[in-house]
Write a protein that binds this ligand. Structure first.
Ligand code: ATP
Length: 330
């Protein structure tokens, strides 16, 4: 890309909402792309809290060395209640002006994009979003930053659980994250060879679950792993385990909630590359005077999706993956 004519000379970057592995790689990409295009970059600490309380400092290309491989976000992230108020956003805008910022890059989930959109409508602040969440639930990108790392963490943990399950003939209910989406459960369930995968996008019933456990037993399986999305509507892992114990008192039923380990760890190669591409795309997008869009990757190509679409629409769960999971659980 040749340097376009733009009024943007200084970009602020922040991470907001829940953290996800690869956010550091994305910040690094934003900072270095700014340096490459000779514009200034300012790191804002703790999401919108840093704008409200004026916690920000200029970042040069060398200031983001040795972070591409680190989980979490060195700028830190926050859920800012104050930014939800007009007074909070006014303070944020005052500091935006005081620091002579021209635009924002917001790395986070749909809540963070909603906040940026409100801020834009009130103060005409240009911004581009980068999808950083392990849940993979954001429209406009095939994958969100952190999803692949979370999946790999899940399968590493479930592989270990399998060792215990097979040694003791146990039925394990394993809860994975994803909020109200089943992407993590479906992919990690397939990759770890789960006998059942329960996700909110599918109507599940206890009877079906019990039938499939019985079938598994009849088919010669002496242990089962059931991966359950945290948003599963049939019940949480503890309820499901209790109901299964009641129905099959002879089963040795156990529960594991993977919890926050899914948000940590060094980002995978896929997440680092995605974060690097989206960081560069966000800076280039702003320099091309794009605003109120999210930079994403679809069919391995960079695309910019209007932020309102990214917030309102949802990625559909892949029916083919559901079919594959069912076929392979035979
Ligand atoms: P994750 O998917 O990991 O939860 P998220 O970006 O969706 O990430 P949220 O907590 O929903 O996380 O949103 C992050 C922050 O964005 C909020 O704490 C708040 O500061 C801001 N925000 C969200 N919605 C609004 C809104 N309607 N108006 C103003 N600010 C908002």
């Amino acid at each position: 890309m040749t340097q376009p004519t733009t009024s943007i000379q200084k970009i602020g970057v922040l991470t907001s909402g829940g953290d996800s592995p690869g956010m550091n790689s994305a910040i690094r990409a934003v900072v270095r792309a700014c340096a490459y295009y000779n514009i200034k970059c300012v790191g804002i600490r703790q999401g919108y809290e840093g704008l409200i309380h004026n916690q920000m400092s200029e970042l040069g290309a060398r200031s983001v060395k040795h972070i591409i491989n680190k989980g979490g976000t060195f700028l830190q992230t926050a859920r800012s209640e104050e930014f939800r108020t007009p007074e909070g956003r006014q303070k944020a805008f005052d500091h935006f002006k005081k620091n002579e910022l021209d635009a924002l890059i917001v790395i986070g989930g749909d809540g963070s994009f909603t906040g940026a959109n409100v801020f834009h409508k009130e103060f005409n602040v240009p911004f581009i979003g980068i999808p950083g969440t392990i849940d993979n639930d954001i429209f406009g990108t095939d994958f969100t930053i952190g999803y692949d790392t979370a999946l790999n963490t899940c399968i590493e943990a479930i592989d270990k659980i399998r060792d215990s399950a097979t040694s003791h003939n146990r039925v394990f209910f394993v809860e994975v994250m994803g909020r109200d989406a089943g992407f993590i459960a479906l992919s990690s369930g397939i990759a770890s060879g789960a006998t059942n995968i329960l996700i909110p996008e599918e109507k599940d019933s206890l009877e079906e679950l019990f039938e499939s456990l019985q079938k598994s037993e009849q088919a010669g399986k002496n242990s089962s792993i059931i991966v359950v999305a945290e948003g599963e509507e049939l019940g949480n892992v503890y309820d499901l385990a209790k109901a299964t114990e009641k129905r099959f008192p002879e089963y040795d039923v156990r529960v594991t909630v993977l919890g926050h380990i899914q948000r940590g760890g060094n980002p995978t190669c896929m997440d680092r590359v995605l974060a690097s591409r989206l960081g560069v795309a966000a800076v280039e997008g702003l320099l091309e005077n794009k605003t109120n869009v999210m930079a994403g990757s679809r069919a391995n190509k960079i695309v910019y999706t209007p932020i309102e679409e990214a917030i309102k629409k949802h990625n559909e769960i892949d029916k083919e993956l559901i079919k594959v999971a069912k076929i392979l659980a035979i």
